[in-house]
Design a protein around this ligand. Structure first.
Ligand code: ZN
Length: 77
C-alpha cells in the first residue's frame, strides 16, 4: 500500500486524507527476539485511527556501546 496516498504534508504536519485531521506523532518501542530494542516512529490520525509508520530505529548494546541502526522510511519527513 502506498502510504503517501493516505496522508498529505502540510505546514502543520501530516493531514489524514480520509477526514482532514491533523495526525500526531507516536513513539513505540519493543524488544525484538534477538534482544534489540526497536523504536517505531509513526503518525496516527485521532479520528479514524489511520497509522503510517515513518521510521524505525534498532538499538542494541554491544559491550559499552549502544549501536543504533536506522530502519525503513515509508514516508519522507
Ligand atoms: Zn483519519
Amino acid at each position: 500500500m502506498d502510504s503517501m496516498s493516505l496522508a498529505s504534508r502540510s505546514e502543520r504536519g501530516y493531514i489524514c486524507k480520509r477526514d482532514g485531521s491533523l495526525m500526531y506523532l507516536v513513539y513505540e518501542s519493543e524488544k525484538t527476539v534477538d534482544n534489540k530494542l526497536r523504536v517505531v516512529i509513526s503518525y496516527k490520525c485521532p479520528v479514524c485511527g489511520l497509522k503510517l509508520e515513518s521510521e524505525s530505529l534498532e538499538i542494541r548494546r554491544d559491550k559499552n556501546f549502544l549501536i543504533v541502526s536506522r530502519g525503513f522510511s515509508r514516508i519522507s519527513i
